[in-house]
Design a protein around this ligand. Structure first.
Ligand code: TPP
Ligand code: DXP
Ligand code: MG
Length: 660
């Protein structure tokens, strides 16, 4: 099917191929990406756009001896296919299958793990310094490959700054497709765009080609070395003119570009020549996100990541919707803040390069002046929100739980110490599924909880998220408890459940008793209320009088209700979709200890002290024992009731796989 590609078992095999054969490999890589992703889903447009770049790098360099460090890692599929993983591609992002990002444990060719943006330059610089300590500075090449949007991350700029002055042999390759997931924004994006349209680009590229052509015609080691110096002189001289890459030059790099990142011949010649250049080099490539797949080229934003239905045509001839039926948590957020903002001009919304994912795109259209995309700059986003809050604005700071980790010091130092009423809306809180350990939003409860002044909420369903958002904006940040507050909600669709009681208004630090009972109390946080409700119903059907409390608040805890049920039942379960260490369950144990309520049997459910793999969320819930079956089984254990046998066997097996 993939005539040449299927024969390539390692990048060494590329080195024997002719240019025409390599171009055939590029076509086959694209086809393989389309074929596989139409079955598995995954990151699409970025991968199509990086095919020639990856192919050229693996043709010219010898990984793992040479170190190529990929930023973010969502564009690495061609790299995986060329490094022995083509046959496993049908397992992409599935439980037990290959990861959608770089994983050191997956392959010797994945030299540095990734998933979050902006890490490549710092990490590659570490590799370069280690190489130099080993005395191999002239033998091994080190490259960081980074996208134009990842380059906007503070971390990337810190790395660029630090490495640029070093004088070490080190290459930064900028894959500039003018796109983040949405359009690239900010001053750097404008600067790079200027380089694209300048007439210099045309002349620059043709001069680069001419130069490389001459080098190509002069074979041999000695001449090649000489060619290196010719290149060094001419290319840097060439670009150090008005409107060129002067910014990167000033940071200490020899700037080369911008050049066509889809011209395989040019790329191979260019990287071959760059091997001879000493000192930090910055190569600026222009690529097209979605290259080779028409719809993705036309709408790279929509095709950044795909699901299989997107490849199927509907009767109307348009791509089938990627969304499943039901309303997502994100969409509850998205609609509610539109309503709230219409009522309150002090509301502004902030995203760090995730307008679609966080549901802020409608806000950006309806309130363009009150909408801020900081680019991939979570630290700046939070500190910026703090400034806004200090002047009386109400900044809705919508950041995925996992990406907010970047801004920890800003949450603490800029927001919380000053008790500023920043409203954190943490989407993708909990297990996110296919993206895996770099993206699971399972740490936020534990990392937010110790921060003084911080208040933490999580809804049981979509309507309760709406209530909480209204409370946050209309009551919390202006009321007696004004200060920072965060609400967390997971990826995917919100459940639709008929609850036994009508939802009570949100009150500061008050939980909601959904079922009263005297045998055991189930305390559930956020999306764990639904499986806890299922478990409670099962237990009650078995004659166990189970109480169910929707905690609503992880901080402050509803001490009164918790202690009442602890004393009443002396037997409790706590469930949350976050790490069990330091989470809500830990908070409840602390509360019991402080109150001297010690004769209580307690079982905590949460994500264990282990990084959880990628895979479908129901599988991961099983793995982490976050299902209604697990809760009911634990309740029986605590109460000394017998288990139905299949439950006991399945639990044992899962426990083994978790502790393995
Ligand atoms: C710290 C962090 N914030 C946000 C994201 C989400 N994210 C993943 S890819 C991406 C856009 C990357 O754009 P670019 O680096 O230009 O690569 P391209 O997809 O255009 O090839 C974003 C915002 C992330 N992975 N890490
Ligand atoms: C690579 C990356 O970090 C994002 O593209 C991420 O995969 C988006 O996740 P969602 O699909 O949950 O928005
Ligand atoms: Mg880009």
């Amino acid at each position: 099917m993939y005539e040449i590609l299927s024969q390539i078992k390692s990048p060494d095999d590329l080195k024997t191929l002719s240019r025409d054969q390599l171009k055939q490999v590029a076509r086959e890589l694209r086809q393989a990406i389309v074929d596989h992703l139409s079955q598995t889903g995954g990151h699409f447009a970025s991968d199509l756009g990086a095919v020639e770049l990856i192919l050229a790098l693996h043709t010219v360099y010898s990984v793992p001896k040479d170190k190529i460090i990929w930023d973010t890692g969502h564009q690495c599929y061609a790299h995986k296919m060329l490094t022995g993983r083509l046959e496993r591609f049908s397992t992409l992002r599935q439980y037990g299958g290959i990861s959608g990002f770089l994983r050191r444990e997956e392959s010797e060719y994945d030299l540095f793990g990734a998933g979050h943006a902006g890490t490549s330059i710092s990490a590659a610089y570490g590799f370069a310094v280690a190489r130099d300590f080993a005395g191999k500075s002239n033998e091994e090449h080190v490259l960081a490959v980074i996208g134009d949007a990842a380059m906007t991350a503070g971390l990337a700029l810190e790395g660029l700054h630090n490495a640029g002055h070093s004088g070490r042999n080190f290459v930064v390759v900028l894959n500039d497709n003018e796109m983040s997931i949405a359009e690239s924004v900010g001053a750097l994006a404008k600067y790079l765009a200027k380089l694209r349209v300048t007439p210099l680009y045309q002349s620059l590229e043709s001069r680069t080609r001419g130069l490389l052509k001459r080098i190509d015609k002069t074979p041999g080691q000695v001449v090649f070395r000489a060619a290196g110096s010719v290149l060094k002189h001419n290319l840097t001289h060439l670009v150090s003119t008005e409107n060129s890459g002067v910014l990167f030059e000033q940071l200490g790099y020899q700037y080369i570009g911008p050049v066509d990142g889809h011209d395989l011949d040019l790329l191979i010649d260019l990287f071959t020549a760059i091997k001879s250049i000493k000192g930090p080099v910055f190569v600026h490539l222009l690529t097209v996100k979605g290259k080779g797949y028409e719809k993705a080229e036309e709408d790279a934003r929509k095709w950044h990541a795909v699901t299989p239905p997107m490849f199927k045509e509907t009767a109307e001839g348009t791509a089938a919707s990627s969304k499943s039926s039901g309303q997502s948590w994100t969409s509850y957020f998205s609609k509610t803040i539109l309503e709230l903002a219409a009522e309150d001009p002090k509301i502004v919304a902030i995203t760090a390069a995730m307008p679609d994912g966080t549901g802020l795109t409608p806000f950006s259209k309806q309130f363009p002046d009150r909408y801020f995309d900081t680019a991939i700059a979570e630290q700046h986003a939070v500190c910026f929100a703090a400034g806004l809050a200090a002047e009386g604005m109400k900044p809705i700071t919508a950041i995925y739980s996992t990406f907010l980790q970047r801004a920890y010091d800003m949450i603490l130092h800029d927001v919380a110490i000053q008790n500023l009423p920043v409203l954190f809306c943490l989407d993708r809180a909990g297990l996110v599924g296919d993206d895996g350990p770099t993206h699971h939003g399972v740490f936020d409860i534990a990392y937010m909880r110790p921060i003084p002044n911080m208040a933490l909420l999580a809804p049981k369903d979509g309507p309760e998220l709406v209530q909480m958002l209204r409370y946050m904006v209309q009551e919390h940040v202006v009321g007696p408890h004004a200060g920072p507050i965060a609400v967390r909600y997971p990826r995917g669709n919100a459940p639709s459940v008929e609850w036994p009681v009508e939802s009570a208004p949100i009150e500061y630090g008050k939980s909601e008793v959904l079922l009263d009972g005297g045998d055991i109390a189930l305390f559930a946080y956020g999306n764990m209320v639904v499986p806890a409700f299922e478990a409670a119903k099962t237990l009650r059907a078995e004659g166990i009088d189970a109480a169910l409390i929707n905690l609503r608040w992880a901080k402050p805890l509803d001490a009164e209700t918790i202690l009442t049920y602890a004393k009443k039942t002396r037997c409790m379960l706590v469930m949350e979709e976050g790490v069990v260490h330091g989470g809500v369950g830990s908070a409840i144990l602390e509360l019991l200890a402080e109150a001297g309520v010690t004769d209580v049997r307690v079982k905590l459910f949460g994500v264990p002290d282990k990084f959880i793999e990628h895979g479908a969320i129901p599988i991961l819930h099983q793995l982490c024992m976050l299902t209604a079956h697990d809760f009911a089984a634990a309740a029986r254990d605590l109460l000394g009731k017998p288990q139905p046998e299949p439950v006991a066997v399945a639990r044992e097996a899962r426990h083994e796989s978790l502790t393995a």
